[in-house]
Design a protein around this ligand. Structure first.
Ligand code: FAQ
Length: 311
């Protein structure tokens, strides 16, 4: 690389300024961003499925309207993120192909089943809560279009988290059976939610590089800790027990100690062998294939408009 360009890039990063699409950037920086942003976009789109299944079975019109809005927001987040990836030279159709061929990853969390409506609440509380912990610092990520997309995404995720918590509060005020449903959903989603932050720092091959480039602002373990510290008082207020006997307040550290997630499970789910990996990707593929006629019609329409404009 031209040393002057490299130096300008380094100065921009060191000064906490933003790298913009037309700026020179090292190939590795571009590749890392495309990888992370594409995975993030795919997560939003695949992440529509676990809750989307419950839209037609929502317990009231109000809950249905709320869930509709949330799932629609997730589609929007996916679109901002694919657009951010395009500013780096990625092609959205190609990214979609990679996803449905299993060549690109999406978050492990969306490979678990949703058993009942309490799961919708727990996804909002835990999964959107984890997403917020992870994404608020990404608003200061060094790549401009990604950081700016995160600002709006985080505002919407905050609403999603609150709707989940409010749903659970309502169920906890209900019957014993409803309270048991909430506790059961908490038991099933707690550990997979901790895994969303990625492998422990010692086994995270991308972290050091991404942090030096200020793409990531904190390590996986630091963000996981923040999520635990944020969630424990919320669980107490709600009246549920987090399924970790090792969870306790550590006075000295001023933070909670907690148990170790089953990292072999995370590896299995990431490598395609989670409870619903096959179904999630097959569903995405079917939706893509079913939409082929829309893409063809839009392309034909655009060509006709362009031809008319030339006349
Ligand atoms: N699942 O070296 P690291 C949402 C992969 S929130 C699957 O630590 P990195 C909102 C990792 O990609 C969820 N794969 O990697 C919503 C890497 O593989 P590669 C999406 C995982 O990138 C809520 C390898 O393991 N959020 O969608 C996972 O430095 C409710 C080694 O790991 C984001 O994507 C995992 N959990 O750190 C929607 C946030 N963990 O690429 C609907 C942005 C790790 O080398 C409903 N992303 N891997 O082959 C990030 O912050 C980072 O990419 C991490 C991973 C922290 C996820």
């Amino acid at each position: 690389a031209d040393p002057q360009l490299q130096q300008r890039f380094d100065t921009t990063i060191a000064g906490n300024q933003r790298i913009e699409p037309r700026d020179w950037m090292p190939d590795g920086y571009r590749r890392t961003l495309i990888r992370q942003i594409a995975q993030h976009a795919h997560s939003e789109i695949i992440g529509m499925q676990p809750e989307g299944e419950w839209i037609s079975r929502a317990p009231s019109l109000r809950r249905k309207a709320i869930l509709f809005a949330k799932v629609q927001d997730e589609a929007g987040h996916g679109l901002y993120l694919y657009s951010a990836a395009e500013t780096l030279g990625a092609d959205r159709a190609d990214l979609t192909e990679r996803l449905i061929e299993g060549r690109q990853k999406y978050s492990s969390i969306f490979n678990y089943p949703t058993a009942n409506y309490a799961d919708v609440g727990v996804i909002g509380w835990f999964v959107d809560g984890a997403a917020i912990c992870n994404q608020v610092p990404l608003c200061r990520s060094s790549y401009g279009p990604y950081a700016r997309a995160m600002v709006r995404v985080c505002k919407e995720e905050s609403f999603h988290q609150r709707q989940g918590y409010e749903l659970l509060m309502t169920m906890m005020r209900g019957t014993d059976a409803q309270r048991a449903m909430v506790q059961d959903a908490v038991d099933r989603w707690w550990w997979p939610s901790l895994m969303m932050f990625g492998p422990p720092d010692g086994d995270s091959p991308n972290s050091a590089r991404s942090m030096a480039w200020k793409i990531k602002r904190h390590s996986n373990d630091e963000l996981r800790q923040r999520f635990v510290d944020m969630t424990v008082p919320q669980a107490e207020r709600l009246g549920v027990t987090l399924p970790d006997p090792e969870l306790c307040w550590n006075e000295q550290r001023g933070r909670h100690d907690f148990g170790t997630p089953d990292w072999s499970e995370l590896q299995r789910v990431i490598s395609g062998d989670g409870p619903l990996n096959t179904e999630r990707v097959a569903r995405r593929r079917a939706a893509h294939e079913d939409g082929a006629w829309v893409r063809e019609a839009a392309t034909a329409h655009a060509a006709k408009q362009a031809a008319r404009a030339r006349q």
